[in-house]
Design a protein around this ligand. Structure first.
Ligand code: CTP
Length: 449
């Protein structure tokens, strides 16, 4: 396995785990909630009873050293993790769900917390981008199969050296130097998801991807390693990136590394498009000052922004590449159309009457409102949005539906839009207040010969 290790790693491994093992027990006690510490102790007891070596690994250990709260407990058990997980569930009165093929389990505790349990294993990749095939091993091999040094630490929970840090790759130094390094040269080819994960951790912690790691990333991108990822995995990685606290930093980095081309070669090609996305942050701040019927879903707004500028053909191809669900694809399609229509209205009609304000905002999803504000260079849209959400909304919803209009003898068609515009306006202006008055208005304005 050492032959696979990158030259950067070989230097580090030489100095691996020198001297006395470092106990992090006091750090855990000082930094973690009492309950979490108690939980780890009980996990350890179950391990001791079953005479198994058990470790807490990965993001939990990384965040412990960074002093960032993390409730996701990933446990590795040497031996068979599945019966161990069953015992954990019994101990805590929780539920367990196992995945025999991967030797993994999820234990859900009565309070909703979850513990992920893995069997210490060696992984072999059948082909790049595929899910790994698994064989049993030890915690060392489990740590060697991971993505970045900072995610490769473990804390042993059982035995005489309980609560000692296991850090083969001197990740503590990488945390101190704020650097992201992979463990072996083929890491990004084995799992191209890591190209996105590297950006995720770099931007989340304000770290820097190491020089050698970055050049391996660029090489894997040049080889189009991302093409071997399924749409679902690619979608998921991008979603996780735009769910980070600073989505724009992640998007800029993806663009700089030319990763967006794997969704669509046309995506965010233009400087002006990027500038629109750059404005989203301040639009979210503005949105938090007005009363919206629901909070915008930030990641969805960024997805709309990524897809908005694509021509119809490129949009459809990109949606296919990411295997978007019909629901997601339709909602993006709808938001693209309504945003374009509203933008045209803004460009051609300077002063909007209440009916235009109502028509625009009644048709837009909240996520699209946010994007439209970023898209439009005029501040008028903010003013109209303010008027709509603070004064009109709620008041403007007609009680008649399309079915009602049909029952009244109307034929479905563009006229329905005019009817609803008129009803909304009349509601906003206080000219109609009841369903009966709406019926009277429709009869008067649209059904009289
Ligand atoms: N991992 C990996 N390669 C991947 C995905 C995951 O090596 N493509 C390893 C990493 O060691 C990671 C662990 O599996 O620490 C758990 O993965 P995940 O839960 O996605 O990562 P976290 O580090 O817990 O990240 P987050 O804080 O975003 O949950």
């Amino acid at each position: 396995m050492h032959s696979m290790v990158s030259s950067y790693m070989r230097q580090k491994l030489n100095s691996e785990q020198k001297g006395k093992p470092q106990s992090v027990k006091s750090l855990i006690k000082a930094r973690l909630d009492e309950n979490v510490f108690g939980l780890l102790e009980r996990v350890a007891q179950v391990g001791e009873r079953r005479d198994m070596s058990v470790y807490v690994v990965g993001g939990f250990v990384r965040d412990l050293l960074l002093n960032i709260p993390n409730q996701d407990i990933d446990v590795v058990a040497e031996g068979d993790g599945i019966p161990f997980a069953v015992h954990l569930a019994e101990e805590f009165g929780g539920a367990v769900k196992s995945h025999e093929k991967f030797g993994t389990s999820v234990v859900t505790l009565p309070d909703g917390c979850r513990i992920d349990v893995a069997t210490a294993r060696v992984e072999y990749y059948q082909h790049p981008g595929a899910l790994p095939t698994v064989e049993k091993g030890s915690v060392t091999s489990d740590l060697f199969r991971r993505d970045f040094t900072i995610n490769c630490m473990a804390v042993k929970l059982t035995g005489v050296d309980a609560f000692c840090l296991i850090d083969f790759f001197n990740a503590a130094a990488d945390l101190k130097n704020r650097e992201i390094h992979i463990l072996h040269d083929l890491s990004f080819i084995d799992d191209p998801c890591r190209l996105f994960r590297a950006i995720r951790f770099e931007q989340r912690f304000g770290f820097k991807i190491g020089k050698q790691t970055e050049s391996l990333m660029r090489a894997a991108i040049k080889k189009r390693a991302v093409d071997s990822l399924s749409g679902t995995r690619l979608f998921n990685e991008i979603k996780l990136l735009v769910k980070e606290k600073r989505p724009m930093h992640c998007i800029r980095r993806m663009r700089e590394l030319d990763l967006l081309q794997f969704v669509s070669p046309e995506m965010l090609k233009d400087r002006e498009e990027v500038e629109t996305l750059e404005r989203l942050g301040s639009v979210f701040s503005w949105a938090s000052t007005i009363t919206l019927p629901r909070e915008p879903e930030i990641w969805r707004v960024y997805f709309l922004a990524l897809f908005y500028f694509l021509e119809e053909d490129a949009f459809l191809k990109a949606a296919d590449r990411l295997q978007l669900s019909a629901r997601m694809k339709n909602s993006l399609e709808r938001d693209r159309t309504t945003c374009r229509a509203s933008l045209r209205r803004l460009q051609f009609q300077k002063e909007w009457e209440p009916k235009e304000v109502c028509r625009t905002f009644a048709d837009l999803s909240i996520d699209a409102v946010i994007f439209l504000v970023a898209l439009s260079s005029s501040s008028e849209i903010k003013r109209y949005a303010n008027i709509y959400f603070t004064q009109y909304q709620g008041k403007s919803q007609p009680s008649l539906t399309g079915d009602d209009l049909v029952k009244m003898g109307m034929n479905p068609g563009p006229v329905f839009q005019s009817v609803f515009d008129a009803l909304r306006e009349a509601r906003v202006m206080g000219r109609v207040k009841t369903r009966e008055e709406e019926v009277a208005l429709v009869e008067e304005q649209f059904l009289k010969p």
